[in-house]
Design a protein around this ligand. Sequence first.
Ligand code: UD1
Ligand code: MG
Length: 457
Amino acid sequence: MNNRYAVVLAAGQGTRMKSKLYKVMHPVMGKPMVGHVVDQAQAVNLDQVVTVTGVGAETVQEYLGEKSSYVLQEEQLGTAHAVKQAASELKDKEGTTLVICGDTPLLTADTLKGLVEFHEKEGAKATVLTAHANNPFGYGRVIRSEEGAVTKIVEQKDASEAEAAVQEINTGTYCFDNKALFETLEKVKNENVQGEYYLPDVIEILKNQSELVAAFQLDNMDEALGVNDRVALAQANKVMKERINEQHMRNGVTMIDPANTYIESDVVIGQDTLVEPGVYLKGSTTIGEDCTIGAHSVIVDSTIGNGVNVTSSMIEESIMGDYSDIGPSSHLRPQTVLKESVHIGNFVEVKKATIGKKTKIGHLTYVGDAELGEDINIGCGTVFVNYDGKNKHKITVGDNSFIGCNTNLIAPVTVEKNTYIAAGSTITDTVPENSLAIARARQTIKEDYINKMSIKD
Ligand code: UD1
Ligand code: MG
């Protein structure tokens, strides 16, 4: 098989995004655009990926890591100039080079594979991936001869009226014979409206040298979307969201209203799980089988077991064990671990705490920096007082304890197993095993008080 390389163009300023964030790092359903591009390109069995980055693009390098090697384009003089920077890595190599823009996140592995295989079968020096656009504005137009052969690509700003009327557009994705590419790049000039070195000009130059230039046409414009501004970014999110949701439904996940269900690219969901409308599942979240993720829940970077019910709650960087449940309106903050069959009811906040099997925290409670055993009942309104204004301290509660309503546990403190704490207690010292702790003022009764009050007539 031919050697195969890819050059990913990611050095552009992204001026039209009007953003502090580097363009290709803008996420589409949670994953930076350049991440989608590089991951899809892997399907082509590449020997090497070279990403062209610009000044201030350390973020791209940090993000892609070892998936790519990197070359720097110090000044953004155009897409041909960008590819030329990869000469130091690829120039003398034999093989096929796929060039992709970092701002076309919807291209699929199947399309890229189809393009490369077509290009190699045709024996072309260059093959451009084109698409039919109902509204081609902003894209390079693919100009063909009367016989239908591609002769050149004209950018929007350089197009005549007749050229601008052409609806076949350049997706910005190409395959080249590697050596021909780098030889031809030397011949590209910047005599155009933008004064830039255009990569699409390589097509016309090769054609004029009577080399074989081919086109591979996509039927689906959705894949070709180039994201240059936030309007296109929203379109990309919409298409990607639909794709992701369809994939989950095909894998056995039920969605009541996929148009209003948001699941980021790396989320995994088990069979027979129901996802209700308005749910947002983000980051590296995994959800098991037979769960119900109720309306308007948000789950970020968390692992949810099997048979879990989540009702209108927010879960961040936490783990929920099998058959546990939460909500409505509760919040798991980072480093919370709920073991099997834990019940978290409404208006409960848990942070950096491990909660043992079958423990119940039903209502209006804050648990932070704590270790709770199994089969504990935490009464309504309990506060784990973990912060002294400077430092956080730990609270431990042993198995089978019963914490009465409206208890304050002042950290650091230990409540041993099989204990009772009377409602309204403020606990500052260890509660030993098998004991009852009452830490509140005793009730006082003043008999006949109302009749003795001077204000009474
Ligand atoms: C480009 C194509 C256009 C095509 C469209 C598809 C050119 C001249 N035009 O236009 O024919 O229809 O993509 O989406 O190629 N970049 C660099 N260095 C540079 C300039 C750009 O690395 O000096 C990178 C950008 O980061 C981006 C990609 O190249 O990822 C494309 O650049 P962009 O400015 O978005 O080009 P378009 O105007 O979209
Ligand atoms: Mg673009």
